[in-house]
Design a protein around this ligand. Structure first.
Ligand code: TEU
Ligand code: CA
Length: 530
């Protein structure tokens, strides 16, 4: 019998932008409760909540001030308990976002347990993910503390057994409440080398990614906490190869169930910097996804995603969000959902929501975007050049309010949203989700296949048309069954050999073009044979 999360689909909620129930312009837990039937109707099995803990929101909740309190803007612990039981009543599961690589600098530990953090007399030249140095001088102590992210997110010292014990206690508290698992924020950053030193170009990642004790700590966490519950865990692990992913997720290693990799999300950048844009080469994407399908096929387990709260929206990124938005949204979903792994759907992806285009930097709220803008302007980079990069890659592209209806602000709030709504909400919203041709209903079918078809869970993956720069095609084989997936990532009409079997699903009506099939712009089709 497969572990339940191998046939599940996860839906990620970014609470701040999901649904505002009290008109203060900020999404909240009562708003999520109002939308549970919409989510249940999609067929998703697991809801992953981005952090809802008490936080000053320097990084929108990824800077936790108290792990045992709910953020005031989102509601109360009673609201959370109501959400958890409403989710369970519908047969769904709830996964929390565990952020334990760092806390907020307003966490009482930072004052009362400074040895829970990482201090040095001398800073290294490492650069933060949010611009500037990763070291901040604290006068009272006369030392620098490490923060890989914002200066209000000091890194925790996982080499301190007392800290680890305190974290495990907190994890048990949430699991004893009945939550069904954790998504673990940058969990492969928790072990840093002891002799941290300068690195070329200030890139210290080789000294904190997949560090010397990371597996020891995850095995300890598994032994002390995770192994005692029937839960699912997914590690967010930037800079991880399939080999390292097997180390994290092989059952025999007793660490995590699956991980998020980032390689496919870095193929449209020219250098190590996400803002250094370059067009995606489909052959790069095909070969990378093949590498991961093969890399984890017999051992370990992968997540499957195009979107999350940190990434621009896929239909604007790898699809086409004006003339072929619906077709390309469905094509991208088809490409991903017939692969091996657990798929993650990010709020609004099931509607084909797109990137937003703000001309003023004042409309952007994300700390990563604002710090980068300031740093580049200080370096003399022209405003328009920076804005172009921001419009393509800013995390705020994923964080504009969920578009529920054609009401003002897409029905997200009756107040002023904390981040402006995408002006296309009148055209793109959840009102159409019952339309049989909607992106939502297409996703619902894909999610349904995964539950019923073992070939999707277990089948061998083989790439077809390897060198073709516009068609992403592959087969899955399992016993005497075969699925053939064709996805046209272009506006051009392509022909391909008609696969064996019959059409299972497609985003156009079937074409009968003799021995070949015609793939129209952004056409996807899946044939099934047994
Ligand atoms: O993101 C970790 C991470 O790798 C980010 O630096 C990501 O690559 C980048 O934002 C892409 O632009 C996690 C959370 O998902 C993110 O929201 C937090 O800001 C970050 O950790 C710190 O907690
Ligand atoms: Ca609210």
């Amino acid at each position: 019998m497969d572990e339940w999360w191998k046939k599940s689909t996860v839906y990620q909620i970014y609470p701040r932008s999901f649904m505002d129930s009290n008109g203060d312009g900020i999404g909240d837990i009562q708003g999520i409760i109002q939308k549970l039937d919409y989510l249940n109707g999609l067929g998703v099995d697991i809801l992953w909540l981005s952090p809802v803990y008490d936080s000053p929101n320097d990084d929108n909740g990824y800077d936790i001030r108290d792990y045992y309190q709910i953020m005031t803007e989102f509601g109360t612990m009673a609201d959370f308990d109501e959400l958890l039981s409403e989710v369970h009543d519908r047969g769904m599961k709830l996964v929390m976002d565990l952020v334990v690589n760092h806390t907020s600098d307003e966490h009482q530990w930072f004052k009362n347990h400074p040895d829970f953090y990482i201090w040095r007399d001398k800073p290294t030249n490492w650069r933060s993910f949010f611009s500037g140095s990763v070291w901040e001088y604290q006068k009272e102590r006369g030392q620098y503390f490490l923060h890989l992210f914002s200066k209000k997110q000091p890194d925790l010292n996982w080499d301190n057994p007392e800290l680890r014990k305190t974290v495990y206690e907190m994890m048990r508290w949430w699991l004893d409440k009945g939550v069904d698992g954790f998504r673990m924020d940058v969990i492969n950053m928790i072990s840093k080398v002891s002799d941290m030193h300068d690195a070329p170009g200030g890139d210290g990642s080789h000294q904190f990614l997949n560090g010397p004790n990371v597996h020891r700590y995850l095995k300890e966490m598994n032994k002390e906490v995770l192994s005692k519950y029937d839960i699912v865990t997914v590690g967010e692990t930037p800079g991880t190869t399939p080999k390292e992913a097997r180390d994290y997720t092989a059952v025999k290693n007793q660490e995590l169930n699956m991980i998020f990799t980032f390689e496919h999300m870095g193929l449209d950048q020219a250098s190590g910097e996400k803002w250094d844009l370059k067009p995606l080469l489909l052959t790069d994407l095909k070969k990378n996804m093949e590498k991961w399908q093969h890399g984890l096929h017999d051992e370990g387990w992968n997540s499957l995603y195009w979107n999350n709260h940190d990434q621009p929206r896929i239909v604007s990124r790898f699809g086409e969000d004006t003339d072929w938005r619906v077709e390309s949204a469905k094509m991208l979903a088809t490409c991903l959902h017939f692969m091996q792994g657990t798929p993650y759907i990010y709020q609004g992806e099931e509607l084909g929501m797109t990137n937003v285009h703000f001309d003023s930097i004042d409309d952007y709220k994300d700390i990563e975007t604002l710090n980068m803008y300031k740093e580049k302007r200080q370096a003399g980079v022209p405003h328009d050049d920076i804005m172009q990069q921001i419009q393509v890659k800013s995390r705020d592209n994923a964080r504009t309010p969920m578009q529920w209806s054609a009401e003002p602000n897409g029905g997200f709030t009756t107040g002023t949203p904390w981040l402006k709504t995408n002006p296309n909400y009148k055209k793109i919203n959840a009102l159409q989700h019952t339309d049989p041709n909607s992106v939502y209903q297409y996703y619902k079918k894909l999610i349904g296949y995964r539950k019923k078809m073992d070939i999707i869970t277990h089948g061998d993956f083989e790439l077809l048309y390897r060198e073709d720069g516009e068609i992403f095609a592959y087969t899955r084989k399992w016993n005497d069954e075969q699925l053939t997936v064709y996805c046209n990532f272009s506006k051009n009409i392509k022909s391909a050999a008609r696969p064996e079997g019959k059409l299972l699903i497609g985003n156009y009506t079937e074409t009968n073009a003799g021995n070949d099939v015609l793939l129209r712009p952004y056409e996807a089709m899946v044939y099934y044979q047994q």
